[in-house]
Structures are given as C-alpha cells and as structure tokens.
Design a protein around this ligand. Structure first.
Ligand SMILES: [Zn+2]
Length: 79
C-alpha cells in the first residue's frame, strides 16, 4: 500500500547530492548523506493533483541520519 511500493529498488543508493550547484543538506539535522530513490508519480493517489505525470518519476532523498524525506521533481546530481 502507498506510493513507496512503486520504488525501483535498483536505484537505491546512499550518497551526497547537489541541485543547481548547491549541495543538499538535511534541513532538519544538517546531515549531507541521503538514500536515493526514484518514485513513480503516476499512481492513482496522485492523479487528483491534476498534473500529466504519466511515466514521470520524482527523486526522493531520505536523510540517513534522521530519516527526513526530501522530494525533488528533477533528479539531483550525485556527488
Ligand atoms: Zn536529517
């Protein structure tokens, strides 16, 4: 159940990341290592948002320290 069932497990890895040349750090604890996952957005629960998201995926970064989740529509750069 839930959108995380759609996680492509092969994409899972831990790294530091940047977006637009700015390093991503956890806004809660300041940690800079995240577990990376891609989440498909074309799930029934997301269609109410009204976007044409068929076959799109979002990048999800999970802080390896405090487990806070950050979502990015575009893929962050692996550092
Ligand atoms: Zn954190």
């Amino acid at each position: 159940m839930g959108i995380f069932d759609r996680t492509k497990k092969l994409d899972r890895q831990i790294s530091s990341f940047s977006m637009n040349q700015k390093k991503i750090v956890c806004p809660f604890c300041g940690h800079d290592k995240f577990e990376y996952r891609e989440i498909l957005l074309n799930t029934p629960g997301m269609t109410f948002l009204g976007f044409d998201w068929a076959n799109r995926s979002a990048s999800v970064l999970i802080c390896t320290d405090c487990s806070r989740i950050e979502w990015f529509f575009n893929q962050p750069t692996f550092l």
